[in-house]
Write a new protein. Structure first.
Length: 289
């Protein structure tokens, strides 16, 4: 069994991005500039956004964090999005999800200019990605594709089973993996799937993106499979200073011995998602110069 070290790969890619930024600045270009809108004080969102801001600093990007309280009016948020669309100094921006129930996430996402939508959530980017055109691809699927590539994991002709059909992970990943040239045979499982354990046990590559801690057990995994764990559930822990720890969707201790490759949580897919955002922002900056 080989551990897929997302933290190490992410660090390598960050160094590559930092080199590119340095040479762009030497040529007189400005540093790429990412803005993030954060509404409210959800613990998970606060952590993710803080990581994104820190990653920008590490690679020499400029970042701007815009905060709103969770009682913010949808129109106010839309005005801010429109302002960022027009601000030529901002190369790309994200609105951290989830948003409060009073706000339509879809309306906000659709207000973002596709050229600045470095999360790849806008329907124009999703549509372009679906038919294989250049587009911003959302961070988690892009990060998983990058991990598979950097570990030279064969995908063509393989049976991939994805557990979870979310718009930001399962569905876009299924499209990327089944594209011509990638050529996996993809099955997407969800809450209504019958005999899920039998289907997953047939996977050469199993992606767990369901958001239920330790959902995937050893009996659901084929001997020699590649297992990608997208889960990042925060569970209470008296062993950490923060009082919580991250748990994946895979029961790691019993599944790992059966795998050819497996991603740990933390340190697997997570660090790659931030790097994908940086890669998208660099592309946006190049397109904007
Ligand atoms: N919430 C969870 N993941 C993401 C992400 O990749 N982007 C944004 N904007 N919000 C998220």
């Amino acid at each position: 069994m080989q551990l897929i070290d997302g933290k190490k790969i992410a660090q390598t890619i960050k160094e590559e991005i930092a080199e590119t930024v340095k040479s762009r600045i030497e040529k007189g270009e400005k540093p790429p500039h990412l803005a993030a809108i954060l509404v409210g004080h959800d613990g998970g969102s606060e952590t993710y956004v803080a990581h994104k801001v820190k990653a920008c600093e590490q690679v020499g990007f400029k970042s701007t964090l815009i905060r709103f309280e969770d009682n913010v009016n949808e129109e106010v948020l839309l005005k801010k999005v429109e302002g960022l669309n027009k601000d030529n100094d901002i190369d790309g921006f994200i609105v951290q999800l989830p948003l409060p129930k009073t706000i339509s996430e879809q309306r906000i996402i659709e207000a973002i200019l596709p050229e600045k939508d470095v999360d790849g959530f806008h329907p124009v980017n999703v549509g372009k990605m679906s038919i294989g055109l250049p587009a911003f691809i959302s961070a988690t699927p892009a990060g998983i594709m990058e991990l598979l590539k950097r570990y030279s994991i064969e995908i063509s002709g393989k049976n991939v089973v994805i557990i979870g059909r979310s718009n930001i992970v399962g569905r876009p990943l299924s499209i990327l993996l089944s594209q011509k040239g990638v050529d996996a045979t993809v099955t997407v499982c969800h809450s209504r799937t019958k005999n899920l354990d039998k289907i997953s046990a047939n996977a050469d590559i199993l992606v767990a993106a369901i958001g239920i801690p330790e959902f995937v057990t050893a009996d659901m995994v084929k001997e020699g499979a590649v297992v990608i764990d997208v889960g990042t559930s925060r569970v209470k822990s008296d062993k950490t200073k923060s009082g919580w720890k991250l748990k994946g969707d895979v029961k790691f201790n019993e599944v790992a011995p059966k795998c050819s490759f497996i991603t740990p949580v933390p340190g697997g897919v997570g660090p790659m998602t931030i790097v994908s955002l940086l890669q998208n922002t660099l592309i946006a900056a190049k397109n904007n110069s």
